[in-house]
Design a protein around this ligand. Structure first.
Ligand SMILES: [Zn+2]
Length: 161
């Protein structure tokens, strides 16, 4: 190791780091290339050492993480941020439709005096789950989270114990 290694926290291309994309593998420099790769999810990264940034370049625009000395923070797409407006509309998208269905079913029930029909309860639950799944899929797609690799690696780790 050279004398410049006094700042252990500094991110450099010679080190081995946890993968910010799958959080299971490790990234390290590819030989003969100005890039780094994960040994689990196979995403390709490049480093911006001045800013201590890591860019996932196999998607466009690239995802960016910042190295804070111990781990990766602040995944965001270069130039794009999922601001509070996105999260607010995501929450509204998930919660509003089932709430509307539930409230209208409840209003019908209290008007007629009967017990709530099972169908409207199931319907409300299904609407909630469907909208949650849609939002989840869009977030996973946005961050390119490798769901399949994640679960297969977790499964392999479980069975190898
Ligand atoms: Zn990975």
């Amino acid at each position: 190791m050279d004398s410049a290694d006094t700042s252990v926290q500094g991110f450099n291309e010679q080190g081995v780091y946890p993968c910010p994309a799958c959080r299971l593998g490790q990234i390290q420099a590819l030989s003969l290339m100005d890039a780094m790769a994960c040994n689990t999810c196979r995403h390709i990264f490049t480093a911006n050492l001045q800013r201590q940034w890591l860019l996932m370049v196999d998607r466009s625009p690239p995802l960016v993480w910042h190295w804070n000395g111990r781990n990766w923070t602040g995944a965001h797409v270069e130039g794009v941020k999922l601001g509070w407006r996105y999260w607010l509309s995501a929450v509204a998208f998930v919660l509003l439709p089932p709430t509307l269905i539930g409230v209208s079913a409840y209003a019908l029930v209290t008007a007629s005096g009967a017990s709530p029909p099972l169908l409207s309860i199931v319907w409300t639950g299904l609407t909630f789950l469907l909208h949650l799944a849609l939002i989840g899929r869009s977030i996973i797609g946005f961050y390119r989270f490798p769901v399949r690799t994640y679960f297969s690696t977790v499964g392999r780790n479980l069975f190898s114990r």
